[in-house]
Design a protein around this ligand. Structure first.
Ligand code: NAI
Length: 704
């Protein structure tokens, strides 16, 4: 049994000291671990019986690197720091050997590089992933790794952050006298490492210091230039990859200590960049999103071994694929054979596309398809543990389906709806088991998009929520909990983003200018190009419903007019732009300009010149203000959940970290001031800053 621990253990086996990190889940090198390792090495050095020291990790990983629980806090910098721990190993007068298995990343690898010898099991994942958090390795990785594995391998690993299998990093040969590992150990790692340690002692091998090695490359200058060009092309909005190249390249020309100083300065400077802050935020936000504040983490989830999907349309098919990909059998139900056949054919076509791209083998495709059972009969859903409904978005149809499910589903089965706009509590009330009902709002294409909004009804049972969050993880989604409200988190905010885009056009901007400004901000596509891609009819039908429900709903006359003309976007060859047959290039259309002009005239608007800055502020701050209200109303448990929704479901630029973090970075008092300015300028009550935003701004606090 795994015992909870956050330290490192010391024991002596024969004449070898064995130090074992023990800090589940991945042996993060937190302060207690570092303290115990330093103490262990000192104890071993002081013990005349000990001739060498082996360091390894207990459990599922050698070491995943820094302890994320300490990130950014005072403990991370408390002595002994990682630098100190490395120095103690490096300057030890007895051989220090690391025995690496499964996972060796970040600080775990940097420590290993400071040790005199390294042995590893085959298949261990070796990486310096700091670049993924917008950083460079900060404990010597940039200077030691190239000294051991050469400039090219080190640069590839450090600038990409991608893991490499231990056996690929090799053992020394005549042609290549230095390699990351001295031995790859096939059998029992600890026994192998202890035997290796005895050999080192018996042969009186000199203690190798990586820092003393020289980095050479036959064509260094050209290679470094090539690396700079490559990362610049890929890493558009992020400064860290280029810094990785520059600092690793310094190992060619600078003495070790000077290289270390450059690494430190660069690391600290990157730590302060908004891009790194955004990446670190996203990293923690994803972890936070999986926790529901009032539901204990040890809540026992229900078993999900069989899934049912109702409706084999656009969403039902994609939803089913998620489960098939995870090896979970799916029964998919339709009302007519024809619809069922169409749905199955689409799923097969999707898989065939993946096979063609070489990302899936034909055998795997067949084994996934074999897990899928089509049916027209509810009887076949009797033993499903989770049933997800994706039928037409009409409350009457949902009522029919949920009443039927209530009759046939086994006790304890979870009944989920993929509705994007309807009231999950109302849907739950169609059954006699509202505690088992929940929303699972997937995004299109459901087999591709990362986001899953888990909609918690008033009565959704805690273990139902825990189960659905676990299922989300299993099918590789980022699951974020939303309370019940119109549009849940994402679409509720999007409505206001879209409205600003429309208002800006009515006031004087062109759709092209709005799109360009938002694309410059970092979105892959501006709001009008997205609308043309997704289909303008979807928003139109929602608006028509809202206009009918509430006469005060602000109108979007240009968008409405464009839809009245049948311009639904790419699928009809025209929308906010026009499209050549079979092409996706958005071409500005004088017909749209004329519609815009007419609406302005009808509403008595004299168009004005609008700056790109105003466009970005109004579109993004609209998201921020509604996001703040969503946090205030506890629809989202935390601001970072709102960010996760936007990063994973709406293409919000990752280097900005989500709307709420972006607002934090701009400074909430600045954001509040701008909102008040727009409230005055437009007379739109929407711009009254959310109370929580004003409160945080006044207190000098942030959302995140
Ligand atoms: P769709 O029209 O492509 O598919 C609906 C399918 O349900 C059709 O194949 C239809 O034959 C079937 N169906 C209708 N009534 C049925 C019944 N009583 N029993 C069994 N099957 C029945 O619609 P789509 O786009 O897949 O949407 C489904 C649900 O997902 C809706 O609630 C929608 O709001 C929601 N949604 C849609 C998204 C999208 O981008 N299309 C995104 C997120 C949610």
């Amino acid at each position: 049994m795994e015992t909870k621990s956050n330290t490192a253990h010391y024991e002596v086996r024969g004449d070898i000291a064995l130090i074992t990190f023990d800090n589940p889940p991945v042996n993060g090198l937190g302060h207690p671990v570092r303290t115990a390792v330093v103490a262990g090495i000192e104890k071993a050095l002081a013990d005349p019986k000990v001739t060498a020291i082996v360091v390894t990790g207990a459990g599922k990983a050698f070491s995943g690197g820094a302890d994320i629980k300490e990130f950014g806090g005072p403990k991370a910098l408390a002595e002994p720091t990682l630098h100190t721990m490395i120095r103690v190993a490096e300057t030890a007068t007895k051989p220090v050997i690391v025995a690496i298995h499964t996972v060796c990343m970040g600080g775990g690898l940097e420590f290993s590089l400071g040790c005199h010898f390294r042995v590893a099991s085959p298949g261990a994942q070796i990486a310096l992933p700091e670049v993924k958090l917008g950083l460079i390795p900060g404990a010597g990785g940039t200077q030691r790794l190239p000294r051991v594995v050469g400039l090219e391998t080190a640069l590839n690993m450090i600038a990409s952050g991608a893991p490499v299998a231990s056996e690929q990093l090799g053992v020394p040969t005549k042609e290549r006298p230095t390699a990351l590992f001295d031995e790859i150990i096939e059998g029992d790692l600890i026994e192998g490492a202890l035997a290796f340690a005895r050999k080192v002692v018996a042969e009186k091998r000199p203690l190798k210091l990586v820092r003393d090695l020289k980095v050479t490359h036959p064509n260094a200058e050209a290679f470094v230039q090539f690396a700079k060009n490559s990362v610049t092309a890929v890493a558009k909005n992020f400064p860290a990859p280029l810094k990785c190249v520059e600092v690793v390249a310094a190992s060619l020309t600078m003495p070790f200590e000077a290289g270390m100083r450059l690494e430190r300065e660069t690391f600290l400077a990157l730590m302060m960049t908004p891009e790194s802050r955004a990446l670190r935020h996203a990293f923690f936000a994803e972890r936070a999103a999986s926790k529901i504040p009032d539901i204990p983490e040890d809540t026992k989830p229900r078993k999900i071994e069989k899934v049912g999907v109702i409706g084999a349309g656009t969403m039902g098919g994609g939803i089913a694929m998620n489960f098939l990909n995870a090896g979970i059998p799916v029964t998919i139900l339709e009302t007519k054979q024809e619809a069922l056949d169409r749905g199955l054919a689409t799923i097969r076509k999707n898989y065939e596309g993946t096979v063609k791209k070489g990302k899936l083998t034909a055998d795997k495709m067949e084994s996934r398809m074999a897990l899928l059972k089509p049916t027209l009969s509810y009887d076949d859903l009797k033993d499903a543990d989770l049933i997800i409904e994706a039928v037409f978005e009409e409350i009457g149809v949902k009522e029919q389906v949920f009443k039927k499910l209530d009759e046939v589903a086994k006790p304890g089965a979870i009944l989920a709806s993929n509705t994007s706009t309807l009231d999950v509590d109302k849907i739950a009330s169609f059954t006699k088991r509202p505690g088992d009902v929940v929303g699972m709002h997937f995004f299109s294409p459901a087999n591709v998009m990362k986001l899953l909004e888990v909609v918690r009804g008033k009565k959704s049972a805690p273990d139902v929520m825990a189960t659905v969050m676990q299922v989300g993880k299993k099918i590789k989604k980022t699951a974020v909990v939303s309370g019940v409200c119109d549009g849940f988190i994402g679409n509720r905010m999007l409505k206001f983003y879209g409205r600003q885009a429309n208002d800006l056009v009515e006031e004087g901007a062109s759709p092209q200018q709005v799109d360009r400004a938002m694309e410059k901000f970092g979105f892959a596509m501006g709001p009008f190009r997205v609308a043309d891609l997704a289909g303008n009819d979807i928003g139109w039908s929602i608006r028509k419903r809202l206009y009918a429900e509430n006469a005060n709903t602000p109108k979007q006359p240009i968008a409405d007019k464009i839809c009245e003309m049948g311009r639904f976007g790419q699928k009809t060859g025209a929308g906010w732009y026009r499209y050549e047959p079979g092409k996706r290039d958005a071409i500005p259309d004088p017909v749209v300009d004329k519609v815009i002009e007419e609406v302005r005239k009808a509403n008595g608007v004299t168009p004005r010149k609008i700056s790109d800055e105003e466009i970005v502020e109004r579109c993004i701050y609209a998201l921020v203000n509604e996001g703040a209200r969503i946090v205030e109303e506890c629809i989202a448990a935390r601001a970072s959940d709102v960010d996760m929704v936007y990063l994973t479901g709406y293409g919000f630029p990752l280097h900005r970290g989500g709307p709420m973090l972006y607002a934090d970075q701009v400074g909430l008092p600045n954001v509040e001031r701008a909102m008040k300015k727009y409230e005055k300028q437009t007379g739109d009550a929407f711009w009254k800053p959310a109370a929580i935003l004003s409160k945080l701004a006044a207190e000098g606090k942030n959302f995140n």
